[in-house]
Design a protein. Structure first.
Length: 162
């Protein structure tokens, strides 16, 4: 606008060259501001994208924390189950040990009883065998006595004259 004016002319005491220079400065400042604004908008877009990425990362982190908490609960449950299984195993071992001791004691008692019964039977059999020997000896003596008496009778018959 001011360019169409003469060089010497002034508008309300403003020189057109000064106004042009001033406007050039303003245009440069506005262009810088527009460029800065564009750069700021690019930065904002980049930061918005970064915020989205961070929000996704945060969501993933929360998800990981939830899974971690879940796995920690599972680990605790498994640890309790293992402890309970160990305790049960120890109880079973203890019970089995006690039962084996009881069975062993019963077996020893039964063995002692069987040995005692066998000894008693052996003594009884030995006594019966001794009794049998005595009876056989008595029978032999009586039989000898009878045979001797018979032989004596035969001898007496021979002494008799017919």
């Amino acid at each position: 606008m001011f360019m169409n004016m003469d060089n010497n002319r002034t508008f309300k005491n403003y020189s057109p060259e000064e106004v042009d220079r001033f406007l050039d400065q303003i245009i440069k400042q506005v262009e810088r501001m527009i460029e800065d604004n564009k750069n700021k908008n690019k930065e904002i877009i980049l930061k918005d994208k970064r915020i989205e990425e961070l929000e996704k990362a945060l969501a993933n982190t929360r998800n990981v924390h939830e899974k971690l908490a879940h796995y920690e609960r599972m680990e605790g449950t498994l640890n309790r189950a293992i402890m309970m299984a160990q305790k049960t195993s120890d109880q079973i071992k203890s019970t089995a040990h006690r039962e084996s001791e009881i069975i062993l004691e019963d077996a020893k008692r039964n063995a002692s009883r069987i040995v005692n019964e066998s000894l008693l039977k052996a003594e009884k059999t030995e006594m019966e065998a001794e009794m049998l020997k005595r009876n056989i000896n008595i029978f032999k003596r009586k039989l000898r006595g009878l045979i001797q008496a018979q032989l004596d009778m035969v001898d007496d018959i021979e002494k008799v004259d017919f």
